[in-house]
Design a protein around this ligand. Structure first.
Ligand code: ZN
Ligand code: FE
Length: 242
């Protein structure tokens, strides 16, 4: 019941994640933006193996390393059915399913909105969640396939998690998200939170992970209150130049 988690930049603004179940020594990667970058971090980690790929959704920047990593390691690939349109997949999972990594149990929650089949993974015992492109620091995924109502419902599922849940987002969009947030939220505590984000980015450091508590406090999309308000905010963000 203990996880080691590594985060590293991939492509332009993606993050790669390696997760190890300490008890069994088994290793997973969440999404596969860049097989070479993931292989490099596997070497750096010294963890010596890759057992499992957990895909969150079908977009190429989350699945394009599946084939190469499977060929190199023989790992199992788990994800939503929609991944099949882009990459190999061994086991289809849906909401309510669980995926084991050694002694760690990842629960699957469906979060349609960014894509229709988007899922997220959470180890409740460790309070660690991998949310793909559903939620970002002070932001959320664009609605490429789903409706605002679907995404709003997806947020409600995440909001049932404990406040202390650590949230691992798949992109570093935080500075742009913070600029948008400041345009719709003039509370001093929000300005202070945004300042920390700008500071980390100036130092070239990741702003991920965040926590559910921080997003409940500062994420304007989670704070929207209802689907219609969320829809208006999402539309405003899509055209925001900040
Ligand atoms: Zn995506
Ligand atoms: Fe993405």
């Amino acid at each position: 019941m203990a996880l080691d988690i590594r985060i590293f930049p991939c492509l332009n603004d993606n993050y790669g994640f390696l997760v190890r179940d300490r008890a069994a020594g088994l290793v997973a990667t969440v999404d596969t933006p860049d097989a070479e970058a993931i292989q490099r971090d596997l070497e750096t980690s010294g963890w010596g193996r890759l057992d499992l790929i957990l895909n969150t959704h079908w977009h190429p920047d989350h699945t394009q390393g599946n084939a190469a990593l499977k060929a190199a390691t023989g790992c199992e690939i788990v994800g939503p059915e929609e991944v099949r349109r882009a990459a190999p997949l061994d086991r289809v999972v849906a909401g309510g399913d669980t995926v084991m990594l050694g002694e760690t149990t990842f629960e699957v929650t469906e979060t349609p909105g960014h894509t229709l089949g988007h899922i997220v993974y959470r180890s409740a015992a460790d309070d660690q969640a991998f949310v793909g492109d559903t939620l970002f620091v002070m932001g959320c995924g664009r609605l490429f396939e789903g409706t605002p109502e679907q995404m709003w419902d997806s947020f409600q599922a995440l909001l049932r998690w404990p406040d202390e849940t650590t949230i691992w987002c798949a992109h570093e969009y935080s500075a742009a998200n913070a600029r948008f947030t400041l345009s719709v939220d003039d509370r001093p505590e929000t300005a202070a939170h945004a300042a920390k984000v700008f500071d980390l980015r100036e130092q070239g450091r990741p702003t991920v992970p965040t926590t559910l508590a921080a997003e409940k406090a500062f994420n304007p999309f989670l704070r929207a209150g209802d689907a219609a308000t969320f829809a208006a905010l999402r539309a405003a963000k899509d055209s925001f130049v900040g």
